[in-house]
Design a protein around this ligand. Structure first.
Ligand SMILES: *[C@@H]1O[C@H](CO)[C@@H](O)[C@H](O)[C@H]1NC(C)=O
Ligand SMILES: *[C@@H]1O[C@H](CO)[C@@H](O)[C@H](O)[C@H]1NC(C)=O
Length: 500
């Protein structure tokens, strides 16, 4: 079972991962060392839908690499940027975390479009607490009918010993935001350094891993050459950019049903400005609690009043399909859970008054009450986002989306899908990561060109239902089944402290 925090990205870890230390970042501001990526225009890609396989704590999409194609179930991750597939070299070397029989990619003599330099660049990528080592190669990559020649953009995983992943890990399809400026990297990396001890991670990445284990793969100077020696280079191209995809959407279904990744979808009906520089992000203008289907109460936190001078938004939200939970700063998570308890009569009337801990306990004991009202009696959370022109839009996340129900030996256990993680930025305050629950409740759209996102309340149509209308509005008050029913795979949400 894979506890997947991934990719997440979070943490600007991708930046660190590429080996920038804060020093490098500072240097890179002085001259414009990164190209500003030109926006995508005249896209030629045609619409395509790729099914997302439901693995419980994450969803995978088939990504094929090479000619003829070798295909992998890769984690569909809007929180990271790279195409990573597991290399057969990883399987053949001991101590890498790969098994002999894991699915793996081989380019040499197997793919006619495969190119790799004689002295491959080894790139380390740090996801939260774990670092992976990859070799940088060039080859054709396809998802659905979208295809791109990823020049130095296919990362072959050589070592994942540090990661806590299941044996069937095959790779990651990064669906992150296009990087528009050098400034984005700099400020984000600095924030990272201040908040989470990131520089340790960098030094750890530099002093361990593939090059130590297999010096033959990393001749002198090869390691991190892209990151440390060649900061002039623009960050590697995203698959979506290379395949000329302007807009895509993603949605998940529960109960082991598939989700859908649609590429080249029509423009959004109600776009929301995208404000993230390293990650897809929206401005978070308040979080409140209220009855399901009702209206939002006053903001508990992140309301406009909490915005200091010079800030762009009171808080930020990263919509991240590669993170299992919804995470936020610990004190806000605990305020939220206490408020959910207060607004939930069954919790509020417990002796001693409502609290975050009582909320968790009551959920855990859901077998004692779930047959009465189901999850519907739990209040919803309402989040407000900046919708441009000073407008604010409110979105509901019902308990169905964020409560995990497990049935073990006929007994129900529920847990809230919230995790604590400190992540602060100067311009956007505390940052929340809205992981899978967001994608259960909404079809989440991403527009690379217009720099917009969209949250459509809709049923998640699987790909086979290839109808022009990708969005079907649910009738008001439709009751959806709890996420994990009897007889389904028993899954646990990821543990936030155990990143990828
Ligand atoms: C992919 O791009 C590289 C340049 O980066 C080029 O040398 C190679 O021929 C291209 N491959 C295909 C199949 O177009
Ligand atoms: C497309 O959707 C419409 C409305 O939901 C439905 O009536 C029609 O039968 C669907 N067409 C196909 C080919 O599934």
């Amino acid at each position: 079972m894979w506890r997947w925090h991934v990719c997440c990205a979070v943490l600007a870890s991708m930046t660190l991962a590429r080996g920038w230390t804060p020093d490098e970042c500072t240097k890179s501001t002085s001259s414009s060392m990164f190209q500003v990526r030109s926006s995508i225009s005249n896209s030629k890609a045609s619409p395509t839908c790729a099914p997302l396989k439901n693995e419980g704590t994450y969803f995978t999409v088939e990504t094929c690499v090479g000619t003829p194609p070798q295909c992998f179930d890769t984690v569909a991750d809007t929180g990271s940027d790279n195409v990573i597939v597991s290399s057969c070299v990883c399987n053949e070397l001991a101590g890498t975390g790969c098994g002999l029989h894991d699915k793996c990619f081989r380019g040499t003599s197997k793919s006619s479009t495969f190119l790799i330099s004689e002295q491959p660049i080894i790139e380390s990528i740090t996801f939260g607490s774990g670092t992976v080592d990859t070799a940088v190669a060039t080859d054709m990559v396809s998802v659905g009918s979208a295809t791109a020649n990823m020049s130095e953009g296919v990362l072959l995983l050589l070592n994942r010993a540090e990661l806590d992943v299941s044996a069937d890990f095959q790779g990651i399809l990064g669906l992150g935001v296009p990087k528009r400026s050098a400034a984005a990297y700099t400020s984000s990396a600095v924030v990272m350094e201040q908040t989470s001890g990131g520089s340790d991670e960098v030094s750890r990445a530099l002093s361990s891993g593939t090059c130590m284990l297999f010096p033959q793969l990393c001749k002198e100077g090869a390691r991190h050459s892209r990151a440390l020696g060649a900061t002039e280079e623009a960050p590697s191209e995203l698959f979506l950019e290379a395949a000329q995809i302007q807009r895509f959407s993603m949605c998940f279904q529960d109960s082991a049903q598939p989700g859908a990744l649609r590429l080249q979808v029509p423009p959004f009906r109600e776009p929301i400005p995208q404000i993230g520089q390293l990650h897809w992000g929206v401005s978070f203008m308040g979080l409140s609690v209220g009855l399901r289907g009702g209206s939002a109460g006053s903001a508990l936190f992140c309301g406009p009043g909490s915005m200091a001078e010079g800030m762009q938004s009171p808080c930020g939200i990263i919509p991240d399909s590669g993170t299992t939970l919804i995470t936020g700063p610990p004190h806000q998570v605990s305020m939220l859970q206490a408020e959910l308890c207060k607004e939930w009569p069954r919790c509020n009337r417990l002796s001693g008054g409502p609290s975050s801990a009582k909320f968790e306990d009551l959920l855990l004991q859901c077998s004692t009450w779930i047959s009465e009202g189901g999850l519907d009696e739990i209040p919803s959370i309402f989040f407000q986002v900046g919708a441009g022109d000073g407008k604010v839009k409110t979105f509901e996340l019902t308990s169905w989306a964020w409560v995990t129900l497990e049935i073990i030996d006929g007994q129900s256990f529920c847990s809230p899908g919230f995790g604590s993680m400190d992540y602060y930025t100067g311009e956007n305050g505390p940052v929340w990561i809205f992981g899978m629950p967001l994608f259960f409740e909404y079809t989440v759209g991403f527009d690379l060109n217009a720099n917009e996102v969209s949250f459509e309340k809709s049923a998640c149509n699987p790909c086979e239902d290839n109808n022009a209308s990708t969005f079907v509005t649910l009738p008001q008050g439709t009751r959806r089944q709890p996420r994990r029913g009897k007889g389904q795979r028993v899954v646990r949400p990821m543990d936030v402290s155990l990143p990828l």
